[in-house]
Design a protein around this ligand. Structure first.
Ligand SMILES: [Zn+2]
Length: 574
């Protein structure tokens, strides 16, 4: 491809809303352009990277026994009413109406459509298992679309759905798909981790996420340095060593419950200092408002609650920390003085495991400027359940091996789920078994963000000059850049190298623009071609061209006749 014949315009102008580096670099490199908030043109350069990723994805899914099809972007409301999601799915579902006043939506996901298709064709266990996928455009009406392709409203996604006659078969396919995902991200040469994940709104029993490791990632990942335990922080299990009191063979005698004045001592640190106890001896009581009413959660004073775990345990649609007025109403005290002792009947009390062993502890007294000390579970207050609700922190013990956990950041690029019969049951996607009995099909679903993976690749691989593509995702592998296009010797040498590379099947771009060398170098760094061949009149007079690598910046002077072989060697090494 010749630059002047290709649609490729780099720019210095970056929109104000481009907050993340991948968004800025994709716009500057001329890979994408914003059409509306969260909606982008994939320009030819960007499309080449996306296409390369799609080729890798298709190749590995085929190996995994997945079959490609394509489903419509616009979906009828009836199917969504059958699954119950028409009313449950929030405003992210773009609902539209046609000229006959019929309701449709622009699909954010395709469980309903695929389940409708499969129930029509598949009737017997003999036709199962099945695993179908598509790479297609989705729409989610995000309230604040930001971060370019990382979180657009319209986006390209690979989504696969599997159907089974039993859970064992689902388990098997789930594992096969997990391995396919690992091969895909390995083939992209990305540093990634597979983590246990929360199933979230799609629901189901079992789920894993694939995270591209990047300091700029939105997700926090918990990893064990000693074993292979890894989980999204939203879901990571907490194992806290019990407080010192509980470790000793003899539990201390329960002290008398005391009500002490703690004027203006609102934070855990304030109270700890004021009463001369450690923050871990304080039981913090957090009041949450949910769609099922008020909930108080008791947790160790120096730790935080994981809202996702809490929401899952309570099985609520939403929850948030109660505001000042609600806290006052519920506890009779301002924020900072809530406690489990004598809480009202209309508020549920849940205890986090971190305080289950606590004895003679300190907590709020449900009155302004007052705390209780010498509090003991059972005698003074009793949570209705003990649950792990803790937000895991750096250095906490691993739930598998007990060694230290580390936190790191990642970008979620893939998510696989076991859905069970969440869709097949309400939508009556059933099959007959050997005995002729009818069952709903257990299902799995497997998503992979195409644009998001490209953006994540850039987040992980860039410097202040621009993108440093992993070779498999680079829009072009090699840039051939003659420095003086009007010098016939330079032009013909560059042209010859370019043609030979094409003949060898190398993906090369020929920078035939009549631009200053500085402009060509800047653009080359910005776009991030893994290899660059520079043909300049000075070195050509010595019979040399310059070959350089974007990653590491290594440059070599190579004899003209060796140039192509040298590049081919570098490309095979990767
Ligand atoms: Zn471990």
């Amino acid at each position: 491809m010749r630059w002047t014949g290709f649609y490729l315009f780099t720019t210095r102008e970056v929109p104000k809303d481009a907050e993340v580096v991948s968004h800025r670099l994709m716009i500057r490199a001329g890979m994408t352009r914003r059409v509306a908030a969260g909606i982008y043109n994939y320009l030819p350069l960007g499309w080449r990277s996306l296409a390369k990723l799609m080729t890798i994805v298709r190749r590995e899914l085929e190996v995994a026994g997945c079959v490609e099809l394509s489903m419509p972007a616009v979906q009828p409301a009836e199917l969504w009413r059958e699954s119950g999601r028409w009313s449950r799915y929030g405003k992210e579902l773009l609902r539209i109406r046609d000229r006959h006043e019929r309701d449709f939506c622009f699909g954010p996901t395709h469980e309903e459509v695929i389940t409708d298709q499969v129930r029509h064709d598949v009737k017997s266990y003999r036709q199962l298992p099945l695993n179908l996928y598509q790479i297609q455009t989705k729409f989610r009406d995000e309230i604040r679309p930001r971060f370019g392709l990382m979180r657009g409203r319209e986006f390209l996604m690979k989504d696969a759905y599997s159907f089974h006659a039993d859970v064992a078969s689902l388990d098997e396919t789930y594992e096969v798909m997990g391995q396919a995902y690992e091969r895909i991200f390995e083939a992209c040469q990305l540093d990634f981790i597979r983590v246990e994940a929360d199933s979230g709104a799609i629901g189901g029993s079992h789920s894993h996420e694939f995270m591209v490791v990047a300091g700029t990632g939105e997700s926090v990942v918990v990893r064990c340095g000693s074993c292979d335990y890894a989980a999204n922080q939203e879901r990571a299990e907490a194992v806290l060593s019990p407080p010192r009191d509980a470790e000793s063979a003899e539990r201390p005698e329960p002290e008398a419950l005391e009500d002490v004045d703690t004027p203006n001592q609102k934070t855990v640190e304030d109270v700890a200092t004021f009463l001369d106890v450690s923050p871990s001896q304080i039981v913090k009581t957090l009041i949450y408002e949910t769609d099922k009413g008020l909930v108080a959660v008791a947790v160790r004073g120096d730790r935080e609650i994981n809202d996702v775990k809490l929401g899952n345990f309570l099985d609520v649609e939403w929850l948030e920390m109660a505001g000042e007025a609600r806290v006052r109403e519920a506890t009779g005290a301002p924020v900072g003085f809530a406690g489990p002792v004598g809480l009202g009947e209309d508020i549920r009390l849940i205890g986090d495991y971190s305080v289950r062993q606590s004895v003679n502890f300190v907590c709020g007294a449900n009155r302004a400027d007052g705390h209780n000390r010498g509090v003991n579970w059972g005698r003074d207050a009793t949570p209705e359940s003990w649950v792990d609700l803790l937000l895991v922190e750096d250095g906490d013990p691993c739930p598998r091996c007990g060694k230290r956990l580390q936190l790191s950041r990642g970008i979620e690029v893939g998510h696989i789920f076991q859905l069970g019969t969440k869709y097949s049951e309400p939508m009556k996607c059933v099959f007959s078994d050997k005995e002729g009995n009818s069952h709903a099909m257990p299902m799995g679903c497997y998503g992979l963000g195409i644009g998001r993976t490209i953006a994540a690749a850039i987040e992980q691989n860039h410097d202040d000059k621009g993108i440093i593509w992993p070779l498999p995702l680079a829009p072009f592998e090699v840039l051939v850049a003659p420095l003086q296009v009007d010098d016939p010797e330079v032009a013909s040498t560059a042209e010859r190298i370019y043609r030979e590379l094409l003949e060898k099947g190398v993906d090369a771009l020929y920078d035939d623009r009549d631009e200053r060398p500085g402009v060509k170098f800047k653009d080359a760094d910005l776009i991030g071609f893994p290899l660059r061949v520079v043909v300049g009149s000075k070195s050509l007079a010595q019979g040399h061209v310059e070959v350089s690598m974007r990653r590491g910046g290594e440059r070599q002077s190579v004899a003209v006749e060796r140039a192509v072989v040298h590049i081919l060697d570098l490309l095979t090494v990767g």
